[in-house]
Design a protein around this ligand. Structure first.
Ligand code: ARG
Length: 570
């Protein structure tokens, strides 16, 4: 039962009865319904000033007349207060309908097919080749993964793209360094770290020996010209980096449908450049080719350098077109740090100037910076936190806590993995994405705070209650037993879950789901503290067990949507 819709229908009928109807639809009314901050004011409130113009009456009068005209079994009371109509849903009916729906719909609770037939392309993670995966790429990876799952939940066809940073002069330098000082076995064994070492040495030695830079340029040109040796080394570097990254992706449970990165667009930029020219958008500026964006308050988009080299935005233009042509997306999301805000505003503006209406479907999903223990991360100063090391440490720390709290637990390693990684992911997705975040172990791993482990622990507690009860118990639940404020708070949160997921998708804001997890966990723990579940009365017991079951399912589902696992025992 959709209470919002049911309340809206009651208002429509009352409008007919009291005023002979009004030019407003049930959907419009449902959209205008508010949830009062305090349940003493009802479960839903309708602001009658929305009707004042239509009916040419004061909101107060409208509320009074409508309240007299509404009678429905699922409502225990309707009150007119200061131009608002406050609806009180019958507690037992409310609990019954909400819980029954969760138990019936299971993993699909809250899901619908509003995205059916639509495609979203998500550009996330998009790491750089020959660099180690550090926590600077955690947010893009996890926000992207959550948005991927959330879209699928609503029936979208989602395409996850890892737009690899695999293009640039640094790769020429790296090959030059490798040819001079590197050898196959060392790089094969040392992975990305060895490549970085070669690159650092190259830059140091190039300070005294400028000829090295020419060598770097030569190798870069060779890559561009498709020289077999250059390509072979370059592709090998790429596969070594990806192998490292894939280990991290496996740990995080993240997947992609495409790894088409910057170099993929080598042969797809010329048509875009020609098109820009033909549309009169490309102008010459000191030998370079640019699109002037002065009228829009932005610096020019640099399309071709004076030496003819293409740029980051040139590749993104080709990529945007390619994605439209290939996937015919309805929505194209770029999950990239807010530092690149200007880049994406320029990109979307150029697409608009090219006459592509679908520029409107492109969105930069920006997020803030991650620091660690108050220190910002800088590769240059060597203060880098590598993601695989962070995750491994998280698992070890979780393991230590589990050893202490639950020495008899089976599968301690597996649970430590789920909790450690879950803590990092949850922490990353807890705040509004645009906020900068400072990662600390104390806050991420705190079992009592607003953390992943806390939510996982609550889920495991619900599982344990149900396990101990054996069954939810054959008896017919007495839903009136869930009329107390603690049970009702749990029910209300569960009822809001579908709307919360929908808003999370619409605003590209997974943190709404993360917050929900904490709210529901807290409400359930309060309920559990205040109400004994295993009481003698079979009807009361069955109702409380069903509520516990609904919480367990919704927590697991919500955690899944943000990319966090939910162990059944902790
Ligand atoms: N590789 C870039 C970085 O690490 C992010 C790429 C984002 N995607 C894009 N289509 N520009 O900063």
């Amino acid at each position: 039962m959709d209470f919002k819709a049911a309340v809206a229908n009651e208002i429509i009928s009352a409008l007919d009865a009291a005023f002979g109807g009004a030019a407003i639809t049930a959907e419009e009314i449902a959209a205008a319904l508010e949830i009062p901050p305090d349940t003493a004011m009802g479960d839903y409130a309708f602001p009658c000033f929305k009707l004042a113009k239509l009916l040419r009456k004061s909101p107060m009068m409208i509320a009074d007349q409508l309240s007299g005209a509404i009678r429905a079994d699922f409502l225990s009371k309707v009150e007119a207060v200061k131009g608002y109509l406050n609806f009180f849903i019958d507690r037992a009916t409310y609990a019954e309908k909400v819980i029954t729906r969760v138990l019936e719909e299971g993993d699909r609770y809250g899901a619908d097919d509003s995205g059916a037939g639509k495609t979203v392309v998500l550009d996330y993670s998009s790491i750089n080749i020959a660099k180690r995966f550090h926590i600077g790429h955690l947010s893009t990876t996890m926000i992207g993964n959550a948005l991927y799952r959330l879209h699928r939940f609503f029936g979208w066809n989602a395409v996850g793209v890892n737009h690899l940073g695999d293009w640039g002069t640094q790769f020429g330098k790296m090959i030059a360094a490798y040819k001079r000082w590197g050898d196959h076995d060392t790089v094969a064994a040392g992975g990305v770290d060895e490549m970085v070492k070669l690159y650092v040495r190259f830059n140091q030695e190039a300070k005294d020996n400028p000829a090295l830079d020419d060598e770097g340029r030569m190798w870069f040109k060779k890559i561009e010209d498709g020289d077999p040796e250059a390509l072979e080394i370059f592709n090998w570097f790429k596969s070594v980096t990806l192998k490292d990254a894939e280990r991290v992706y496996d740990m995080l449970g993240v997947k992609f449908d495409s790894y088409a990165g910057e170099s993929f667009y080598n042969d797809k930029m010329q048509p875009v450049i020609d098109e820009l020219k033909q549309k009169g958008l490309l102008i010459e500026d000191k030998g370079a080719q640019i699109v002037d964006l002065q009228d829009y308050g932005m610096p020019p988009a640099l399309i071709l350098r004076s030496d003819g080299a293409t740029l980051y935005i040139t590749r993104d233009l080709a990529a945007a077109k390619y994605r439209k042509d290939t996937y015919n997306f309805d929505k194209s999301l770029y999950v990239v740090a807010y530092q690149q805000d200007l880049h994406f505003r320029q990109l979307f503006k150029v697409l608009e100037l090219m006459g592509y209406e679908w520029y409107k479907d492109c969105e930069h999903v920006a997020f803030g910076m991650v620091s660690f223990g108050g220190e910002s991360l800088s590769t240059r100063e060597g203060r880098v936190v590598y993601l695989d090391e962070l995750l491994t440490q998280a698992i070890e720390k979780a393991r230590a806590i589990i050893d202490e709290k639950s020495p008899d637990l089976e599968d301690k390693d597996e649970v430590a993995r789920q909790v450690g990684i879950g803590a990092v992911v949850f922490f990353d997705l807890y705040n509004n994405r645009i906020k900068d975040i400072d990662f600390t172990w104390e806050r991420a791993l705190n079992f009592d705070g607003e953390t992943g482990p806390y939510v996982q622990y609550t889920h495991a507690r619900a599982c344990s209650v149900l396990r101990k009860a054996g069954e939810t118990g054959g008896a017919k639940p007495d839903f009136a037993a869930l009329s107390d404020p603690f049970s009702q708070d749990v029910v209300r949160l569960i009822e809001q879950f579908p709307d919360i997921c929908k808003s999370a998708v619409n605003r590209s804001e997974p943190s709404m789901v993360t917050r929900f997890c904490v709210d529901l966990a807290q409400a359930f723990n309060k309920f559990y503290y205040e109400n004994k579940v295993m009481v003698d009365d079979p009807g009361v017991r069955a109702a409380r067990l069903q509520l516990t079951d609904a919480v367990r399912r919704v927590l697991k589902l919500a955690l899944y949507l943000i990319g966090v696992e939910a162990p059944a025992r902790m």
